[in-house]
Design a protein around this ligand. Structure first.
Ligand code: PAF
Length: 283
């Protein structure tokens, strides 16, 4: 496994590999790897000749400096996990390498119909920061295929749209959320929860499954379903709800009736830690 921290070096190496006709698979991450990331890497390995994993905590996508500073990091452990999975290249750039002029860019890229809702309306500038770094990483690595987790379903749809709009010749593949046995979605942020908060956080997925059951048992409305979810979440005093949104799963557009494939997205604070999850099902 090669660990590379400069753009020039990784570009040179990948140019050589591409000349040999190798299919490049890419898994962008912010490190503090967990089974969700490992699943992305495994899926990537299945369809690629060479797998590149990037580890970069992207300052441009944090609207809260404290959240950026507190984001968990453990590069040594991450590299060990990548090594065990036989990853070919880990790209580990510095902030200066990706943002030589600083992480605040003059270019603002927006996809309003996907960005102005859910996390986008609560974390201003977050998705602009995500597509900025993804655009730069795609230019550097020029993968044939890239993998994103569906826990961040909104991000996955935004990246797909971004790639389509800018005609990047890259296939975007979404991978299902990996969960703890308690149902809690794997997330690097879970490391910041104490044992009581971990217990409370299991209510997130529980509320989503209860909502699905509720929907199947009786005809209901979006307002009523939102209320059902809220009641489950608020059985813990440690949870503060940021949003519960029920939308069309295909394009995250507003719906007025519960029919076809629906998406329920939730963001909560458990103590100080912000967690998101979602559930998609047909009714
Ligand atoms: O999902 C993440 O970990 C990040 O948003 C990503 C895609 C690596 C961009 O920084």
């Amino acid at each position: 496994m090669k660990v590379i921290s400069t753009i020039n070096e990784i570009k040179d190496l990948l140019t050589e590999r591409k000349k040999e006709g190798k299919k490049i698979g890419f898994v962008p991450t912010m490190g503090y790897l967990h089974e969700g990331h490992l699943k992305l890497m495994e899926e990537c390995k299945k369809v690629s000749d060479l797998v590149v994993v990037s580890i970069f905590v992207n300052p441009a996508q944090f609207n809260d400096i404290q959240d950026y500073q507190k984001y968990p990091r453990n590069t040594e452990r991450d590299l060990k996990l990548c090594e065990e999975l036989n990853i070919d290249i880990v790209f580990l750039p510095s902030v200066e390498e990706i943002y030589p002029e600083g992480p605040i860019s003059t270019l603002k890229m927006r996809i309003p119909h996907l960005m102005d809702k859910l996390c986008g309306s609560h974390r201003h500038g977050h998705f602009e920061g995500v597509i900025m770094v993804i655009g730069r990483l795609f230019h550097v690595i020029q993968p044939n295929v890239a993998f994103f987790g569906k826990k961040d379903y909104q991000q996955y749809l935004i990246v797909k749209e971004f790639v389509k709009e800018l005609m990047f010749p890259i296939e975007i593949i979404g991978v299902d959320t990996v969960r703890e046995s308690s149902g809690l979605a794997k997330s690097s942020r879970n490391a910041r929860l104490n044992s009581e908060e971990l217990e409370a956080a299991t209510l997130i997925y529980r509320s989503l499954k209860i909502a699905e059951e509720y929907c199947r048992k009786k005809a209901t409305t979006i307002e009523e379903l939102t209320q059902v979810i809220q009641e489950v979440l608020l059985t813990s005093p440690l949870i503060r709800v940021e949003y519960i949104s029920i939308l069309n799963a295909r394009d995250l557009m507003e719906i007025f009736e519960l029919k076809e494939e629906i998406f329920i997205g939730i963001a909560v604070y458990v103590g100080e830690v912000r967690l998101i999850d979602n559930h998609i099902f047909k009714v």
